[in-house]
Design a protein around this ligand. Structure first.
Ligand SMILES: Nc1nc2c(ncn2[C@@H]2O[C@H](COP(=O)(O)OP(=O)(O)OP(=O)(O)O)[C@@H](O)[C@H]2O)c(=O)[nH]1
Ligand SMILES: [Mg+2]
Length: 251
């Protein structure tokens, strides 16, 4: 029967790094059901960060970038011998169970919608993106960060318009507006989008940083400097460019 497993041998091309992009399935309903704060809910964002940390601790990727309901994972060393079926099943299932547990921890902080009384089932989809070179890494993450920014403007625009219009009307109005028009509307309503927290505008990254630690060397009995790799959650990201990825030793 083994010959029926026809996708078994599908693998990442040799010599490539990959990015896995996980995206929450039907998270619009999930966030509605949990009555999350609109458009950004710190509890939910922290649960997504904790989920990303779990992925980091399990698979040691080089870099994770998250905003809204997506988690982008850069893998330089590819597990499961690069088998696509494994990558596209193990990572999203790990993310689903981790996020469920982190949201469960916060359960008492949610005011559930009428139909539910507990955290609903959670799933993520997953895709594998082969990356040929360092330029590809910068280009990819810049593309996702631009999306985070678009998402930020649109969601603030939507929730501001919703104060005066129905969901349908607000969506229609947004469709015809340029981002400069949305800025203008928000500004008139007293919201300067430039003053929003950086993590809302640019997303959050998780990566290792080298930290200098002073400690006593028991052999020499002298104080010495050593370096330790620590997991760092970056909520104050710059706009992604080559220099940023060089500085954090990704490229
Ligand atoms: N209120 C709130 N909603 C959020 C937050 N982060 C993500 N979301 C929701 O997550 C959705 C993510 O967008 P999509 O991935 O396009 O929508 P989806 O419902 O997950 O649809 P599929 O991915 O196609 O299954 C947004 O539309 C928001 O409704 C948050 O911090 N607060
Ligand atoms: Mg989604």
């Amino acid at each position: 029967m083994k010959e029926y497993e026809i996708y078994n041998s599908l693998k990442v091309p040799k010599g490539f790094k990959i990015i896995l992009r996980l995206d929450g399935r039907k998270f619009h309903s999930l966030t509605n059901n949990l009555n999350l704060e609109m458009p950004y809910d710190e509890k939910f964002i922290n649960a997504m960060i904790d989920t990303s940390k779990d992925i980091f601790n399990e698979f040691s990727p080089s870099f994770i970038y998250s905003f809204s309901d997506e988690i982008n994972i850069l893998l330089s060393e590819i597990p499961f011998s690069g088998r696509i079926e494994k990558l596209n099943s193990v990572f999203p299932s790990l993310a689903s169970s981790a996020l469920t547990l982190h949201l469960k921890d916060l359960e008492e902080n949610f005011t559930f919608n009428k139909n539910i009384s507990t955290i609903p089932t959670i799933s993520f989809d997953s895709r594998v993106i082969p990356i040929a070179n360092n330029g590809g890494i910068v280009k990819y993450f810049k593309w996702r960060q631009d999306e985070a920014w678009r998402n930020c403007i649109n969601s603030y625009g939507y929730w501001t318009l919703r104060k005066d219009f129905s969901a349908k009307e607000a969506t229609m109005k947004l469709k015809n507006l340029k981002s400069s028009d949305i800025h203008e509307i928000l500004f008139k309503k007293g919201l300067n989008i430039n003053n929003l927290p950086i993590y809302q505008k640019r997303g959050v990254a998780i990566y290792k940083t080298k930290k200098q630690i002073k400690g006593l060397n028991p052999k020499t009995n002298k104080e010495e400097n050593s370096f330790r790799n620590l997991l760092f959650v970056d909520k104050k990201l710059p706009i992604f460019d080559k220099d940023f990825f060089k500085k954090i030793d990704i490229i």
